[in-house]
Design a protein around this ligand. Structure first.
Ligand SMILES: [Zn+2]
Length: 219
């Protein structure tokens, strides 16, 4: 496996790097990424590939279940560098379907560190539990809802960080986007619009009050 990775690097140099040498020499001198990506560490969700982006485009933080934790100095430092020094205006929190972290959040997990980490998404679990019960969702629907609620909650965590609160107070441009990547189809759905902050119809799908109401019996 490791040999294959190094072999593929040679192919990357001949097929991508050398034919696009002007791009790579430009970013070798200075990186100017356009977006921050906060995504899951899952191997199926490669932000560059699924968005058709070349190296130099996206500044990346990935962890289990795309969390934004208040006591995570790693993400705080990354955001400070990305927003203050690189002056990036767009931050994307991207969840994905079939997320093991979200399944563990739903079903519970015994491993200590994983369980502690997933507490960062506990607000999403509470919200999803309530909606799923009201709407009588199937287990698969509930997991999708929890994945989306977790994106919403992590965007809220972002908004509460002092760094970001200060930027908004000073009227600086910063757009926070909530996305869902579907590993079954490769499609990205927008959950929360970064310009308006509005939830999309995909995000609201499981929250409609009229859903699953029993039709009146004909007489
Ligand atoms: Zn995941």
């Amino acid at each position: 496996m490791i040999d294959r990775l190094l072999e593929s690097n040679k192919k990357f140099i001949s097929d991508e790097f050398e034919p696009n040498s002007s791009h790579y020499s430009k970013i070798a001198a200075k990186q100017t990424p356009r977006a921050v990506w906060i995504g899951c560490a899952d191997s199926r969700v490669s932000e560059d590939i699924i968005t058709g982006s070349r190296p130099g485009t996206i500044f990346v933080h990935r962890n289990i279940a795309n969390m934004v934790s208040f006591n995570d100095v790693g993400i705080a430092a990354l955001l400070e560098y990305a927003l203050v020094h690189l002056k990036i205006k767009d931050v994307i929190v991207c969840g994905h379907t079939r997320c093991g972290g979200i399944a563990a959040l739903e079903n519970g997990v015994k491993e200590n560190y994983i369980a502690d980490w997933l507490c960062v998404g506990s607000e999403a679990k509470t919200a999803a539990d309530e909606i799923a019960q009201k709407q009588r969702l199937s287990p698969d629907e509930k997991l999708e809802l929890l994945t989306m609620e977790n994106v919403r909650v992590q965007l809220n965590h972002l908004k509460k960080l002092t760094l970001i609160r200060d930027m908004f107070q000073k009227g600086k441009t910063l757009r926070l986007h909530g996305w869902l990547y579907r590993v079954e189809t490769g499609k990205i759905d927008v959950l929360i619009d970064g310009e308006t902050g509005r939830e999309s119809s995909v995000m609201r799908r499981f929250k409609k009050t009229s859903r699953k109401t029993t039709p009146a019996k004909s007489k």
